[in-house]
Design a protein around this ligand. Sequence first.
Ligand code: NAD
Length: 358
Amino acid sequence: MRTFRVELGPRSHPVHVGAGILDRLGELAVEAGIKPTRAALISDTNVAPLFANPVQTALRKSGFEVTTIEIAAGESSKNLEMLGAVYDRMIDTELDRNSVVFGLGGGVVGDLAAFAAATFMRGIAMVQVPTTIVGQVDSALGGKTAVNHRRGKNLIGAFSQPRMILADVATLKTLRDREFREGLAEVIKYGVIMDAPMIADLERDLDAILARDLNTLEGVVERSLRHKAYVVENDEREGGLRKILNFGHTVGHAIEASAGYGNYLHGEAVAIGMLAALRLSHLQAGLPTSDVQRVTTLIARAGLPFEMPRKWNSVDFVAALRLDKKRIEDGVEFVLVDALGHAFTKKLSFEAITSALG
Ligand code: NAD
C-alpha cells in the first residue's frame, strides 16, 4: 500500500492506494482520527453487491455502526430527488453531527455522497472509497462535491474535503471494459499537462494497464493522484493553476453536448477534446507535431476515440462552446501545452477553436 497526504492545513488528509485494502478501511479511518460511530455507507446498485459486504465487515470490526444506503447506478441518480431520498435515510438511521459517510463507488456516488455529507447537519465527516478509474485518479480528490440540476451538470454543490481517501485498485477488476478505458483519458491527461516522463511510462506500461495488472495500476493511480494533489494543494478553489486540469474538457464538453449525450462517455469526449487541444497547442504554442502524434497513438492504443465524430454539427458545437463556464466574450480561456508536461491557459476565439478541428 502507498500512502501520502494532501496538505491543505486543517483540511489535510491521507490518501491510501493499494490492491486488496478494502478490509483495512475501518482501521485506517480510525488512524485518520475518525471516531468509530454511526456511519452511512452510500453505494450504488452495481457496486454494493460487489463490495458492500467486505466494507461493512471492515467497518464493524473497527467499531462503526454502519447502515448501507444504495442508490440506482448511473449519472441520472446524481440529482436533488435522490439527494433528498439519501437525507431521508440518513435521518431515519439517526445519524448525528459526529457520524461519518463512506462513499463507495464511482464519481456519481462520490460526488453525491460527499455533497450529502457536506450539507447534512451543516457538514459531517466523509471518506471517499472510489471504485472506478475516474473516481480513483480524479473525482475522489479535490473536494468538489455536487449534484446535477435539470438545467445543467454539477450546478448545485460545495467545496468540502474528505477526511480520507482509500483507492483499492483491485476493485477496478470488475469494471466494464469501456468504462475502464474511459478513465484512462484522465490518466493520459496528467502526463500531457504535468509529467512528460509519465507519457513514456504509459507507452511502456499500457498493455499491463489494459490487462489490469494490480501492481501497475497501483503505481499509475498513485502517480495521477499525487499530480492532482499538487494542483489542489496550490489552488484549492480553482482560482488559477487548477484550471489546467480542464485540458481537453472545453472541446470535450462541447462534443458531448453537440454529438448528443449518450453517444460518447465523458472520458471518450475528453480524449477527442485532448487531441483538439494538442492540435491547437501546435498551432498556437509551437508544440511539435511529433508530440501531437505520440499522444494520439497512445490514446488510440488505449482504445479511446482519436478523431472528430463523423457526424457533428459545428453550429451546435459553437453554441455549446458559448455555454462554457470559462467563456470570455467571443472566446474561452483554453488550456494549451507548449511542451509535453507544461500547460498554461490562453484566450482563444471560437473561430480559432473550430477552424483547428477539421
Ligand atoms: P459512475 O460513478 O457512474 O460509474 C460508472 C459505472 O461503473 C456505474 O454504472 C457504476 O455503477 C459502475 N461501477 C463503479 N465501480 C465499479 C466496479 N468496481 N465494478 C463494476 N462496476 C462499477 O461514473 P464515473 O465515471 O466513475 O464518474 C463520473 C461522475 O464523476 C460524473 O458525475 C462527473 O461529474 C463526476 N466527476 C467529478 C469530479 C470531481 O472533481 N468531483 C471529477 C471528475 C468527474
